[in-house]
Design a binder for this molecule. Structure first.
Ligand SMILES: *Cc1c(COP(=O)(O)O)cnc(C)c1O
Length: 230
């Protein structure tokens, strides 16, 4: 057993709990998505052994190669920018696509989901800070986009996802998280069939601030598995 990994997980869970309590919520309301990109299968098996059931990957090929090596009850979340030609490989196999960021991708997901007759839960990726290096809709585009996506009957919008700008001091991105929360609150109940159950925000560097501002899904990699080199 990798004692360091187990200690890291305990520490992350403790920090999630404390952040949730500061926000007047319970840790049980916060879904941890363990981000396993670049992590070897042996290590992933160990964290699964500690009760982690939701894994996030950002590359289709890597996810597909890991899937058959890990238990069938794992919930896989696609969290990375998704090319249309890869959609067919993951529809019906992932429990959520967190990175729906454009209409052409929505159409492709709908098409592949029709073929397989499955529903696809998604989060819409938002880029509030307007960073060129990141994908996602601007805040003022989200309502129209959701209205269009609601017409695609195989796509089930479950909420919003964002990747905040990387900053040394996560306090600097608190306003981004707060604005995301307001966006989700304003959209909730507006469009039939579109839910705002999940607000996926917060990574290793900023997950406590994100939880304090209303995240109920955090995507954490390096705090669990150590730094990545790629
Ligand atoms: C890699 C990644 C994460 C996790 O990043 P860490 O800083 O290692 O926790 C979360 N979300 C997305 C979309 C990622 O690509």
């Amino acid at each position: 057993m990798d004692g360091e990994l187990i200690a890291n997980l305990a520490e992350v869970r403790r920090r999630i709990q404390e952040a949730a309590e500061r926000a007047g919520r319970s840790a049980g309301e916060i879904q941890l998505v363990a981000v396993t990109k670049t992590v070897e299968v042996d290590k992933i098996k160990q964290i699964i052994g500690q009760g982690v059931k939701v894994l996030g990957e950002n590359r289709v090929q890597e996810m597909l190669s890991k899937m058959p090596q890990l238990p069938g009850d794992i919930q896989w979340h696609m969290i990375g920018h998704l090319q249309r030609n890869k959609v067919k490989y993951i529809v019906g196999r992932v429990s959520m696509i967190q990175s729906l960021d454009r209409w052409s991708l929505a159409e492709e997901i709908q098409k592949r989901a029709e073929k397989k007759d499955v529903a696809v839960p998604v989060l819409v990726q938002v880029n509030l800070a307007g960073e060129d290096t990141k994908f996602g809709l601007a805040g003022n585009e989200v309502l129209d986009f959701l209205t269009d996506v609601a017409r695609l009957d195989k796509i089930r919008v479950k909420g919003l996802m964002t990747i905040a700008p990387y900053v040394q001091d996560p306090e600097e991105v608190r306003p981004v998280f707060r604005e995301m929360r307001h966006l989700a609150d304003n959209l909730r109940g507006k469009i039939p069939g579109v839910s705002m159950d999940y607000l996926s925000m917060g990574m290793t560097n900023d997950f406590e601030v994100a939880i304090e501002e209303g995240a109920n899904m955090v995507r954490i990699g390096s705090a669990l598995f150590g730094p990545r080199i790629y």
